[in-house]
Design a protein around this ligand. Structure first.
Ligand SMILES: [Fe+2]
Length: 171
């Protein structure tokens, strides 16, 4: 059974992005091969284990500030303050092996159809979730690319943001 106690490290999010109102083609045009924020020497700061296996991943990062897109602004307002939004494309037929990440915590919105995510050995079929990336997790390879919008808190803990999201009615 799926359960969403704090210690499971994953929790569904009630907020629903309107994908049709996001500038997807503009975002796709601005995607680059995955690199963590900052200098290349900081490469291992965000990801502990599988950074090199992610070479096919593409990313577009957007700062947590007002944009020209109304829907993006609605998303930013809902979760602000946070560090940035990333749009991430994992190609079809590629999964993420079990790994942990060094960022504090994140919310992922996956544009369907989404392959399940396994966190702490339990598989979850979720397209909107808040998670603790310090708990080992993996994503199975899928027949279609996995397009994710990720709200990232670099340094705030899962527990602190969990509390704030509950208070704001998103968990
Ligand atoms: Fe991860």
């Amino acid at each position: 059974m799926e359960s969403y106690k704090a210690q499971t490290g994953i929790h569904p999010v009630s907020f629903r992005p309107n994908w049709d109102e996001l500038p997807i083609s503009q975002i796709m045009d601005n995607m680059q091969p995955y690199r963590p924020p900052g200098k290349i020497s900081d490469y291992q700061k965000e990801f502990d284990t599988v950074a090199t296996e992610r070479s096919n991943t593409k990313i577009c990062r957007i700062a947590a500030q007002r944009t020209s897109c109304k829907e993006l602004n609605r998303i930013i307002r809902a979760f602000y303050p946070f560090d940035y939004i990333s749009f991430i494309l994992l190609p079809k037929g590629v999964g993420y092996p079990t790994h942990t990440d060094k960022r504090g915590c994140n919310i992922n919105f996956v544009r369907g159809p989404a392959a399940p995510i396994t966190v702490g050995g339990v598989s979850y079929q979720l397209d909107r979730f808040f998670m603790n990336p310090k708990i080992p997790h993996s994503v199975e390879k899928h027949a279609v690319g996995r397009f994710t919008m990720m709200i990232t808190w670099d340094n705030d803990s899962y527990e602190d943001i969990h509390e704030r999201l509950v208070r704001n009615g998103w968990l």
